[in-house]
Write a protein that binds this ligand. Structure first.
Ligand SMILES: [Zn+2]
Length: 244
């Protein structure tokens, strides 16, 4: 359940989420406030619960009962996927978008939603997570960081990768997926593009991060889908969603 404190609602710091079970237990044990772990602000527990759900009984020290027919909260998961690529991979990116939409239909009944945010050379070209065009914050909010590259690296890609990698090294979140198109490089590549490509490949091997190689779009889609299937079956990964 999202914390409604000022810092959380204005984006001053990252959104803090309360576990419903925790709020319920506090209320049933006679507590009337709860503290946001980001801002440390005290929140009125009754108001927080009332604003979010419809209850049969809501009183300090009383068992909390949802009105019949109302689903338990927190059954759903949103997986925020940040996908960065250059304009040359626009056709592949579109295919990924279609594949993710198809997956969403499949995952709907499990309450899982894949939110795909598409980025091209530092610009958001679809729906962002936080409706702002700031890739630092988007990378900081994502659950999956995916990067697609071929003959060149946008100037932001390395920086985005570093932010994601820095977070991953902390608590293995977000997951990082890198896909490299492995076909003959275009003729007449500029020196700058070639440098960006080879520098990034060296950088990845230095960081011991090895990309998935794909020779055609079908192979790319198969790896993307296999990665998504792996993630939605991974309780450890799902457990880290929503709390950020
Ligand atoms: Zn808060």
């Amino acid at each position: 359940m999202p914390c409604p404190c000022e810092g959380c609602s204005t984006g001053k710091h990252k959104q803090y989420y309360f576990k419903f079970e925790y709020l319920k237990r506090r209320l049933e044990n006679g507590r009337s406030i709860v503290e946001c772990e980001e801002s440390l602000e005290e929140i009125d527990l009754l108001k927080l619960l009332e604003n979010n759900f419809v209850f049969e009984r809501i009183q300090k020290g009383q068992p909390l009962q949802l009105k019949e027919g109302i689903n338990e909260p927190n059954k759903g998961h949103t997986i925020k996927i940040f996908l960065a690529s250059s304009a040359e991979l626009a056709p592949e990116r579109e295919k990924i978008e279609i594949a993710i939409n198809r997956k969403n239909k499949e995952l709907h009944e499990r309450g899982i939603f894949l939110h795909l945010a598409l980025w091209e050379d530092g610009q958001c070209i679809g729906k962002s997570f936080r409706s702002q065009d700031n890739y630092n914050e988007e990378v900081a909010a994502c659950d999956v960081f995916a990067l697609l590259f071929f003959s060149r690296l946008g100037k932001f890609s390395k920086e985005e990768f570093d932010i994601a990698k820095g977070r991953f090294d902390g608590d293995e979140h977000p997951r990082i997926l890198i896909f490299q198109k492995d076909v003959d490089l275009p003729k007449g590549m500029s020196r700058r593009d070639a440098d960006s490509l080879f520098d990034f490949k060296d950088y990845l091997s230095e960081k011991a991060h090895f990309p998935f190689m794909f020779g055609n779009t079908d192979a790319l889609l198969r790896s993307v889908e296999a990665c998504v299937d792996g993630l939605v079956a991974d309780e450890g990964f799902l457990g880290k969603l929503g709390g950020r």
